[in-house]
Design a protein around this ligand. Structure first.
Ligand code: SF4
Length: 320
């Protein structure tokens, strides 16, 4: 165990965070958990607070997801899906985050769960840029939701309720998040939607941002491994479907044995990279090396959108 008392675990998003910047992983996974409580050292408390910042793009994705999840539940109750209802759910989420972010109220959120936007916190928008971002965000949410209703939902609506595979996602009320063990390592993998059909398991993931097929195919590959480790799905061949809602585009992702073997190799490589920043390279003990030894982002452009910029700024400026 680490000095945070946390188990080392792996997920696709953790791998992406680490690939972008090892130091970001340090702040999020090792410093922030130590920042709980007024007596915690200031640096850790700052890391904990900044860890609740998110980008507008991430916030838009969550808003779209809330709308779609609500629609699927309504569809299963036999209700007709209404665009305005879905949009209302998305807008409610966006408005809540926006208000808390703009006013700074997210910092004092009693539950510590409210998020702020990086763009507000770091003053990355002037008034014109903020207005343009709002207009573009609204346009994107509308495009995603209209595409889901017109192009994706008809296919999902035809899936019998009994063929749906329940997925324990954050806030789903279905218990611990979806996960599996691989070589003693806990891996979290939470697909958007899964069903059985035609003798196979179909794993669907929707995206509100731009197509990044290679990266997203890896994500679905991790979900393919999750299906292979889940007793009720293990016997079925799997295939993946990426739905790019803002672009009205679907991409099929093969998840055969050769693909999954490649994903396993990638996970092992990713874990080895993370373990290189742990004492004795031992992820089971999960004790981080000192902060200064965690490399900063190789691409300085990455820092421009990072929630932890404030903590790295002195070092980045020294290195400039
Ligand atoms: S500010 Fe840059 S170096 Fe620091 S955590 Fe973020 S991406 Fe990494």
């Amino acid at each position: 165990m680490s000095n945070t008392g946390l188990e080392f675990s792996w997920s696709f998003s953790a791998a992406m965070e680490f690939e972008a910047c090892p130091r970001r992983r340090y702040w999020a996974r090792y410093a922030a958990p130590l920042g709980r409580g007024a007596e915690a050292p200031t640096l850790y408390r700052r890391a904990r607070q900044l860890n609740r910042l998110q980008s507008l793009a991430a916030c838009l994705g969550t808003a779209v997801d809330r709308a779609v999840t609500g629609w699927i539940a309504a569809g299963r109750r036999g209700e007709t899906l209404v665009y305005e209802e879905g949009y209302g759910r998305a807008a409610a989420h966006l408005n809540q985050v926006w208000r808390a972010s703009k006013s700074g109220a997210w910092r004092d959120s009693p539950s510590g769960r409210d998020a702020g936007l990086c763009e507000h916190y770091y003053g990355r928008w002037d008034p014109a840029a903020e207005q343009a971002a709002v207009a573009e965000g609204k346009r994107r949410v509308e495009a995603c939701l209209r595409d889901f209703l017109a192009r994706v939902w008809p296919g999902l609506a035809a899936v019998p309720a009994a063929a749906e595979v329940p997925v324990a996602a954050m806030g789903s009320g279905r218990g611990p998040l979806e996960q599996f063990m691989y070589q003693g390592l806990r891996i979290y993998a939470i697909p958007d939607y899964v069903y059985r059909g035609g003798g196979e398991v179909v794993i669907v993931d929707w995206k509100s941002g731009g197509p990044r097929p290679e990266e997203h195919a890896r994500q679905l590959g991790v979900y393919g491994l999750w299906a292979r480790h889940r007793p009720d799905l293990a016997e079925l061949p799997a295939r993946g479907v990426l739905e790019y809602l803002a672009h009205g585009k679907q991409i099929a992702v093969p998840l055969g044995a050769d693909v999954l073997a490649g994903i396993e190799a990638w996970i092992e490589e990713s874990v080895a990279g993370m373990a290189a920043y742990l004492e004795e390279g031992d992820w089971r003990r999960n004790r981080p090396v000192p902060r200064e030894e965690w490399d900063l982002a190789a691409d300085p452009d990455v820092c421009g959108g990072c929630r932890f910029y404030e903590l790295c700024r002195p070092e980045l400026e020294r290195n400039a």
